[in-house]
Design a protein. Sequence first.
Length: 58
Amino acid sequence: QPKSIKETLEGLKDAEGKPIVQGIFASVPYCIELFGGPIIQTHESVIKVYRPKSAVKK
């Protein structure tokens, strides 16, 4: 299922190519945190990291 793999990795995009749902890579920094690793920040213009609301530090 090449289309499914592409959507899983890249996320879903609208007709203009803008992301509607982030791909799987958006959750990697939070997964690393859960395993006791460092907090990884990203540039939101490249990828917005997924973290549950309860895990967002203010």
